[in-house]
Write a protein that binds this ligand. Structure first.
Ligand code: TYD
Ligand code: MG
Length: 465
């Protein structure tokens, strides 16, 4: 037996042969840690152990001859959770649920266990809370089933032997950062520990057929604390997100070997735990302040779902030499770009104004289809004109001030009609492309196609700054 060392970065997993104060790959300071590799001089595949096979003995299979069973998914009954996973928990899969501390990961999983408890056996391993703390929480959440076993342990080998005895359908590990592996001497939560523990759990899932859900805390910059490497090892990575000030939470798949990564699930945290939000648009628009300037409604696609939300702008005279731009839930650079377009193409002088832009309800938007609504909200606040509350604006704004087509316009228009919007502004290109389908909706709402931002502002009377 011979041991040697390698140096692993806690942030990006980069391996170097000597220690650095700053990771040469990702540039993080003080993130490199020594890891001892134990190897017994023999190569992993020594030539002697592999016997030569003939062509007829080939072990690879033709893709069309491989059997599969798509029904092997455990439906939790929590629709938002199932949807994000692509239809339920796949048997024998490993899922990583990540999120900031306190966002509600343990609550979510305990509730999932509560729902699954009717039909299958579950083992909930906790390294953070005592069984009585879990019980207290379960009581509050109304979770009570004899099929849910709680085990307080941090040693990964102990956990695996317990899982072997109990053989649950789903094993929950809360959280990976608390696990320890006897074979490595580093502290819990370090790269080595996390990687070794995860490898063992993945092996358990693949051999024993049980599904494993691992909780992983993320650090401030959104990386899954230390062990970014975990993402490559597991089948599915879910990210549970929400602004601390709001009760609204989103669950999205960052990686999914068994489904799409576009879907998002929405929840609201209240005193009885997380409630599913079946109708996010209604929820997000429920607190609208009608008849105030600087507010406009828009529609984004989250996966296959159109979601309506409100965008608010506040434009005020600046007291700084350089005007302030601030965006919450909206891309900051996009805001700068849109204000530049408004200045240059429409002659609206924003250079002496601070602009604050906010997507209401804690939603984060990274789709350009909200551009038009953002511009309208800014102009509305700047000129103090109220935009009708039954108007919705959909469209991307180009650098020339043109209004560009967006995807899934029909679905968006339908959702707007469903929620009672009567004036729907859409890009002219979209209107021309799907004229026949959109005209069917004409009786219910007025569809207003626009070619440019200039066209759109004409709707509100004057158009010069
Ligand atoms: P928790 O699930 O412990 O977060 P995590 O496991 O991601 O660290 O959630 C903790 C927060 O959720 C806590 O700040 C209180 C809040 N909460 C409620 O508002 N209602 C509830 O019913 C529960 C159980 C928690
Ligand atoms: Mg927790």
């Amino acid at each position: 037996m011979k041991s040697k060392s390698e140096f692993v970065c806690n942030e990006c997993g980069n391996i170097t042969s000597k220690w650095f104060g700053k990771c040469p790959a990702c540039g993080t300071w003080n993130s490199i840690e020594e890891q001892v590799i134990v190897s017994n001089n023999e190569p992993a595949f020594s030539k002697g152990t592999i016997t030569k096979r003939t062509h007829a003995e080939s072990l690879s299979k033709k893709i069309d001859s491989i059997s599969y069973d798509d029904s092997e998914r455990i439906k939790t009954g929590m629709n938002e959770f199932d949807r994000v996973l692509g239809g339920g928990i796949v048997e024998g899969s490993v899922t990583l649920l990540s999120g900031e501390p306190g966002v509600g990961k343990s609550t979510l999983l305990l509730q999932v266990c509560g729902l699954l408890g009717d039909s299958c056996k579950l083992l909930y391993v906790t390294g953070e809370e005592s069984p009585s703390q879990i019980k207290l929480r379960a009581k509050r959440l109304g979770v009570n089933s004899e099929n849910i076993l709680i085990y307080s342990e941090t040693d990964v080998d102990e956990i695996i032997s317990e899982a072997d005895i109990v053989s649950p359908s789903v094993l929950v590990i809360d959280s990976i950062q608390t696990l320890t592996d006897d074979n490595s001497s580093t502290a819990p939560g370090s790269v080595t520990q996390v990687r070794n523990a995860a490898t063992k759990l993945i092996r358990l899932a693949k051999s024993g057929g049980m599904s494993v859900i691992i909780v992983g805390h993320v650090n401030k910059d959104g990386g899954i604390a230390g062990p970014k490497i975990l993402e490559h090892m597991v089948d599915t990575v879910l990210y549970f997100d929400g602004e601390k000030q709001y009760s609204y939470r989103t669950l999205r798949a960052v990686k999914n070997r068994f489904g799409s990564t576009n879907e998002i699930g929405m929840f609201e945290m209240d005193s009885e735990g997380l409630c599913e939000v079946d109708n996010p648009s209604e929820y997000l628009l429920s607190q609208r302040h009608i008849n105030a300037s600087g507010s406009c409604t828009f529609c984004v696609m989250e996966g296959t779902r159109p979601i309506l939300a409100e965008i608010q702008a506040l434009v005020t005279k600046t007291t700084y030499p350089v005007p302030k731009r601030s965006a919450t839930g909206f891309d900051y650079n996009r805001l700068s770009l849109l204000s530049a377009v408004l200045e240059k193409r429409l002659g609206i002088n924003l250079s002496a104004s601070d602009i604050f832009l906010n997507i209401v309800g804690g939603l984060r938007v990274d789709e350009p289809s909200s551009d038009l609504a953002a511009c309208l909200a800014i102009v509305s606040s700047f000129r103090d004109i109220v935009i009708e509350d039954k108007l919705i604006a959909i469209g991307e704004i180009g650098l020339a001030g043109e209004c560009r087509a967006v995807g899934n316009v029909e679905q968006r228009v339908r959702e707007a009609v469903r929620l009672g919007f009567t004036k729907i502004v859409i890009p002219m290109k979209n209107y021309e492309r799907s004229k026949s389908k959109i005209e069917q909706l004409k009786g219910k709402a007025e569809i207003i196609p626009v070619r440019s931002l200039f066209d759109c502002l004409k709707l509100f009377g004057n158009n010069n700054g």
